[in-house]
Design a protein around this ligand. Structure first.
Ligand code: OAD
Length: 239
């Protein structure tokens, strides 16, 4: 079996991580233009860092949920597997199934990694999985301000990551494409799901609410990912 899974914030919702556009999502109360753009960072880096550090802390204390675990199980039992996640948290990587974790070459964090701190000028970067102090981080090489290693509004996706996804898609198409917990607000997410899908295959959406992708899906599962994905994975593996 050859599988592509695409996930968004809804998959981490049951771990207590807020979504962006869902109920009580970040963008319902906060303005992304003030927190998640290069201009916001240039204007008020302290405010941006405070928000990202709060999010980091919340993610550190969170645990992967059954949706993350089901995806690891699916990866472990399929010949070819790729997970493209918009989530910047590390819950997909920390999740375990049958004592195994997802191998890092099977996941592409298309919007970056919230625990990466990288220089806004040079190539310097580090990972900060442990709690850090509240100073504004400066690059030890060039002295410039460091920033979170995530993709902000108005920024390009990382070309190496696009290449990794494209490489997976140049091989024969996927009989099973699962899109879970995303509003599919970005055209490239819909495009990716449609490019990957085998014409005779399944495009399965897991989301309690309809999205712009729903009309293209062959199967709609209107349930929380933590309930739907473990069952779906068992069904797929039983075939
Ligand atoms: P959104 O917040 O836009 O969408 C979350 C989706 O999850 C919604 O469609 C909800 O209906 C659904 N949902 C909520 N709870 C769920 C559950 N328990 N199980 C399954 N689905 C559930 O999040 P994304 O689509 O991931 O960008 O947002 C895409 C990007 O927009 C994010 O990566 C972020 C944001 O700005 C960056 O950080 C660059």
């Amino acid at each position: 079996m050859r599988v592509l899974v695409i996930t968004g914030a809804g998959v981490s919702a049951e771990s207590g991580i807020p979504t962006f556009r869902g109920k009580d999502g970040y963008w319902r109360n906060l303005n992304p233009a003030k927190l998640a753009t290069p201009e916001a960072f240039a204007k008020n880096p302290r405010l941006v860092w405070e928000w990202y550090r709060e999010r980091r802390q919340r993610i550190r204390s969170a645990q992967p949920n059954p949706a993350h675990q089901a995806i690891v199980k699916l990866a472990a039992h399929t010949d070819e597997f790729l997970l493209v996640t918009q989530n910047v948290d590390d819950l997909h990587l920390r999740a375990e199934s049958e004592g195994q974790r997802l191998s890092p070459d099977k996941i592409v964090q298309i919007h970056g990694d919230i625990f990466e701190t990288r220089c806004s000028r040079c190539a310097c970067s580090r990972r900060e999985p442990e709690e850090e102090d509240s100073n504004l981080p400066r690059c030890t090489e060039c002295g410039e301000l460091m920033r979170p290693g995530v993709v902000w509004f108005g920024e390009q996706l990382d070309l190496r990551k696009i290449e990794q996804v494209d490489n997976y898609l140049t091989r024969p198409s996927c009989p099973v494409v699962i899109v879970a917990g995303t509003t599919a607000a970005f055209g490239y997410i819909i495009d990716l799901a449609l490019r990957a899908q085998d014409p005779d295959g399944q495009l399965i959406e897991v989301n309690p609410d309809p999205t712009p992708l729903s009309g293209f899906a062959t199967h709609l599962i209107r349930e929380p990912a933590g309930i739907a994905l473990p069952r779906l994975v068992d069904e797929l593996l039983a075939r």
